[in-house]
Design a protein around this ligand. Sequence first.
Ligand code: 13P
Length: 236
Amino acid sequence: MKYIIFNWKSYLNLKETLSLSKIISNLPKSKKYKILSSPNNFFHLTIRKLFPKNITATQNIDLHGLGANTGSLDVSYLTESKIKYSILGHSEVRANFNDNDLIVKDKLKHCLSNNIVPIVCIGETKDIYKSKKTREFLKLQIHKIFSMSTQYQEVILAYEPLWSIGTGLTPKIDEIDEICSYLSMILKNYSFKKINILYGGSVNLTNISDILNLRNVNGVLVGSASTKSEFIKYFK
Ligand code: 13P
């Protein structure tokens, strides 16, 4: 079973979001795929109401808590709305809202203590990739986010090379598999009840089947391609 996560970012308006959500709700039940969508945070409640079987993930949470915190998204709102997943540390959140690995570490803890499955994004820049320091970088990133002395519940780790997001560029197919295999080796030093490693970055209809066939890749996190109905219908 592979995870298919649609990250709709802020691409879609309400009508478009509901139209894709309807297609998802009509997909036949599958043993091959577990499908999640991550609509703009503004649309969760409408989706939950109209398509209660669709599984959704928020695109972020924050740590300010309930109370006098204008603009916050507290985890308790997810729990209340029966949302069980949240993306954390996406590169766009890191860039736009100054999230870093330390903040992601705290958000991860906060999600897990509230029974939210975190989808933690990591990935290297083009310069790091070019200088062949990807493995070293990812190992350090994991070290900063996870602690070896913690027993984690379910976690999803998404390997999203920054240079691949929204560019149409991806590592070579074999390379994706090798890096995910490396990540899974590194993660053996940590303790998880369940851990899945996904790939994200310029996944589209042309490369999806090759990526899903990779042994060490447990699914995909897809951005712009997932805003097209043809892409979603691939999972019929
Ligand atoms: P693209 O699929 O548009 O490259 O975006 C990937 C991504 O950011 C998923 O979280």
